[in-house]
Design a protein around this ligand. Sequence first.
Ligand code: HEC
Length: 106
Amino acid sequence: MKRTGEFIPAVLGGVFLLLFVSACSGTKEIGEVPSAAVCGSIVDTKCVSCHYKTRICSALGTKSIRQWETTVTFMIKQGVQLTEDEQNKVVACLSSLSPGSEVVCQ
Ligand code: HEC
């Protein structure tokens, strides 16, 4: 009996340690950067109703992932509808595109 009593807390401890380590690891995980087609379609469908893509184009290469997150959160406050998944994708896209990228600047 004593064995199982110690085993479970040890496993839980291990799981929490893992969560803790992955949550705190320095670089923020935003997952795979989607293809240009996916990036382009989100921008073309979601990001052009209030301003031209030139606004986005001219910001390429000037923001960190975190800054793009802030920008996208701000756009959501302005009223853009994005699912959690689309937010992550668009942040991953925009933070990885180089200035002048045809995905946003064509
Ligand atoms: C509901 C309206 C609206 C939609 C949709 C919208 N934006 Fe904006 N966006 C704004 C407004 C308002 C400003 C101007 C803020 C300012 O002048 O500082 C702006 C400015 C910007 C800027 C320039 C300012 C900066 O922070 O660099 C970028 C980049 C930008 N938007 C990106 C996006 C992206 C990416 C999307 C799609 C996910 C998007 N916007 C969709 C309202 C919107």
